[in-house]
Each structure stands twice: as structure tokens, then as C-alpha cells.
Ligand binder design. Structure first.
Ligand SMILES: [Zn+2]
Length: 112
């Protein structure tokens, strides 16, 4: 039985439309930390958290402001990332490429 990722707004029962769902799945695969991202075309907001920021969070267009306010209230002291103002990038492909580049070019040390 195929498992599909189901995204849900953290404040309501909204589910993304199919195209926005694709954006969310793509975004989830990116190795990003402490970044806001717009998931288009539905204008969902992602906060790539991890580490001290807790889990990655998602909000529908109606609750973007609530998510930002929540993050600032709870994680405002953790890092300056949560204070970033829109517009947020709709793609973090650049940092994703940087990560791929680092993985591809980092040589393991401690060999013979
Ligand atoms: Zn919502």
C-alpha cells in the first residue's frame, strides 16, 4: 500500500491543493534549518525547523500569520531566523544545491 505524505495546517484541517502538495513534498526533502519558505501556488508557509526550533511546521494561507507569531513567541530567543520578514523564498534550491555540492566534494578524513 503506497504511503503518501499528508500535510495539514497546524491550526485547522486544511489540506494543500495537489500542486502545493508537490511543493511541500519537495521542500521537505531539502536540508534546511531555520528557514521560512512559501509553498506555491497555494501560499502555504513552511518553517524548516529542526534542532532547537523543534519540528518542521506548516500553515495554510489563513494561518501563516499565526504560525509566524507562534514561532516568534516560542523560539524568538533561539535564533534570529524566526524574525525574518516576508517575502519568503518559494524555493530553497540554492541552499539545497550548496548542500549537494558539500556532500559531493567533502572528502572523508582519517583514511590510511
Ligand atoms: Zn489553517
Amino acid at each position: 500500500m503506497p504511503v503518501s505524505l499528508r500535510f495539514r495546517c497546524q491550526y485547522c484541517d486544511a489540506h494543500p491543493d495537489p500542486l502545493t502538495q508537490i511543493s511541500l513534498v519537495t521542500a521537505m526533502r531539502q536540508m534546511t534549518f531555520g528557514e521560512y519558505q512559501d509553498a506555491l501556488p497555494g501560499r502555504w508557509l513552511i518553517f524548516h525547523a529542526r534542532g532547537p526550533f523543534g519540528p518542521t511546521r506548516y500553515a495554510c494561507p489563513a494561518h501563516r500569520g499565526d504560525l509566524v507569531a507562534y514561532l516568534r513567541e516560542h523560539y524568538g530567543a533561539v535564533g534570529p531566523q524566526v524574525w525574518r520578514r516576508p517575502p519568503y523564498p518559494s524555493s530553497l534550491a540554492h541552499s539545497d544545491m550548496d548542500h549537494t555540492w558539500n556532500v559531493a566534494t567533502t572528502r572523508r578524513t582519517g583514511g590510511p
